[in-house]
Design a protein around this ligand. Structure first.
Ligand code: NAP
Length: 251
């Protein structure tokens, strides 16, 4: 049971690790009760939820779903809303898959992994959450990528999926107004992926081109998400670049 039934409730997808975990932790510190969604990272999700519940008993819940499947999105949102008797104030569509797809190698599986894991998941989670968010006057924040404007070489499928999220953000902002605001945070280069997707030379070139002279981190992104969720209630359909100025630099 929660110690404060009136706290706002946030569902953060892909929140077991990395940026999603930072967003969930930050929103929790700001007073939200949080649903930490995960797909495979059950151990990390449970550890994060234990830590958050140690700070404030009953304030965090881990919930698994494969969001490439619309039924998974619907079941996750139903579970999240049911947790606090139908209350849901915030949806953060953070879950993502990311990998290189050079032209000539792209197959149907790559398309589905990247488009479904990014764009389709955000659409179906938003659709499922809309009735609950309308009732609470809540908000959605989608995670995009500044590289939709300046695509990364050999990441065409990921770039197209993230560009779709920009369009989705604007379309849903219009459709869900005035009850629900829909915005996006568009990170630049953050803590590097663990899988070694980029070469050392690519990393060095990227880092050297950031005007604010460092990679972004989870806190930078989480603060922007919080601002769009509750710091300002007259912004909708906006895509906020959080990239240290990287998108200003010509290449
Ligand atoms: N990191 C960067 O430099 C960077 C730059 C620009 C934009 N972004 C965006 O910022 C957000 C956070 O980045 P990140 O690097 O922390 O993300 P990430 O580690 O690539 O992915 C976050 C989580 O998404 C989940 N996920 C992937 N496919 C899924 C599916 N089909 N169903 C359910 N969950 C799925 C995974 O959960 P499990 O581990 O539980 O399977 C994964 O841990 C993403 O939207 C990303 O595109 C990141």
């Amino acid at each position: 049971m929660t110690d404060s039934p009136s706290r706002p409730v946030a569902l953060v997808t892909g929140a077991a690790r990395r940026i999603g975990a930072a967003i969930a932790s930050h929103l929790h510190a700001c007073g939200y009760d949080v649903i930490v969604h995960y797909r495979r990272s059950a151990h990390d999700a449970e550890r994060l939820v234990e830590r958050l519940n140690a700070d404030r008993p009953g304030s965090a819940l881990a919930a698994a779903a494969d969001l490439a499947d619309p039924a998974g999105c619907e079941a996750l949102v139903e579970r999240a809303a049911a947790w606090r008797g139908g209350r849901l104030d915030a949806l953060v569509n953070n879950a993502s898959s990311f990998r290189r797809t050079p032209l000539g190698t792209i197959d149907d599986a790559a398309w589905h992994e990247l488009v479904d894991g990014n764009l389709k998941a955000a659409l179906f989670c938003s659709q499922a959450a809309a009735p609950w968010l309308r009732a609470s006057g809540g908000a959605i924040v989608n995670l995009c990528d500044v590289h939709t404007e300046r695509p990364l070489r050999e990441f065409s499928v990921y770039s197209a999926a993230k560009a779709g999220i920009v369009a989705l953000t604007r379309a849903l902002a219009l459709e869900l107004a005035p009850a629900v605001r829909v915005n996006a945070v568009s990170p630049g280069s953050l803590d590097w992926p663990e899988e070694g997707i980029f070469t050392d030379a690519e990393r060095a070139a990227t880092e050297a081109a950031i005007p604010l002279a460092r990679l972004g981190n989870g806190r930078d992104i989480a603060q922007a998400v919080e601002f769009l969720l509750r710091g300002n209630r007259y912004v909708t359909g906006h895509v906020l670049a959080v990239d240290g100025g990287a998108s200003l630099v010509s290449r």
